[in-house]
Design a protein around this ligand. Sequence first.
Ligand code: COI
Length: 395
Amino acid sequence: MTANIVFSFVEIYLHCQFFVFKAYSRGLSQIMLFLYSLLKMRGMPKEIQIEKVKKSRVDEVLAGPLAFGKHFSDHMFVADFSNGEWSSGKIVPYGHLPMSPGISAIHYGQAIFEGLKAYKNEDGEVMVFRPIDNLNRMNESAKRMLMPTIPVDFFMDALKKLIHLDRDWVPKKQGCSLYIRPVMFATDEAIGVRPSDTYKLVIFTSPSGMYFSDRVKLLVETQYTRASEGGVGFVKAAGNYGVSMFPTKLAQELGYHQIIWTDSATHEYIEEAGTMNIVLVLGNTLITPPKGGTILAGVTRDSVLSIAKHWGMGVEERPVRISEMIESIKNNTLSEAFGTGTAAVIASVGVIGYDGVDYILPDSSSTSFSVRLSAYLSDIRMGKEEDIFGWMFKI
Ligand code: COI
């Protein structure tokens, strides 16, 4: 940045000199401008280097079943941060990264990630859903974890080149997409607890099917906690997912898919559903816990609330007591509950377990909000419905 400002001043100076003294020093100025251009080119970020795979695996992988996050596309983007700036990065065949057991990310958890998806629309164009919103959230995560932010142009250039190169990996099958996983982690080889000076950004992709194939069965968790005020629950820090595994496993042993997290102070308010935000539908109103300290600012959550408002529904972002949710199931005012997330998109809730009782939610029908919503979102992605919100980014 500083170098560019200096170069700009030099450029202005040289151009002035060129006009004022051109009668005397035309030749000299031209030589200086030429030397300056060479110098400037050296300082500029270079093009992303691309090394392609010798033979693609795409046909064999896409021919088989696409479970979520099990297969990885041919290429990945890798860039390093050191001396206060990002390298230009390179696209290389997907594979293992050499790393020392001393890198601080695996000890002290300076690691963040994102999840976004590319779709192939009806015209065969590859479209990514809300990439800038995901990048903005990644940068919020970076700030909270004292990691470097990622410039928009740099990220979008890498994303466009990577997805364009692996465009044949975007599945066309109904319910499938190319899941894109950017991840950044600290790479200093250092055992002392301090922020790393170096980081690695990797973007890799996975052709994926549905995250949940059935309606989900959730258990309200009142002992363990995912996040607390002042912590990192509102960002996508790797550790948020690590802490969820033990309590989720206990719930799964009881036959549930995921947990409904509750607040750490009282365990009286619902927060999130597993790896998703949670939304309740009561009459013509959507109710969801507010974004903030402990709740992730979900991009799908935001999309759902925007669509609901556009359809004239009420939207309440406010604390929701467990007792209010259970009461609304008992007195039949809760018509639907669903989780929202990039991976799951809209996951309808079939059962909520609380205090030893399983509460059964009404069956979905073609008129259910979540069913209409899923169809509308899918139509926007497929280009069948006008993208009035400007969410789709063409590669
Ligand atoms: C996503 O929905 O992208 C998530 O982050 C969930 C993921 C951990 C599978």
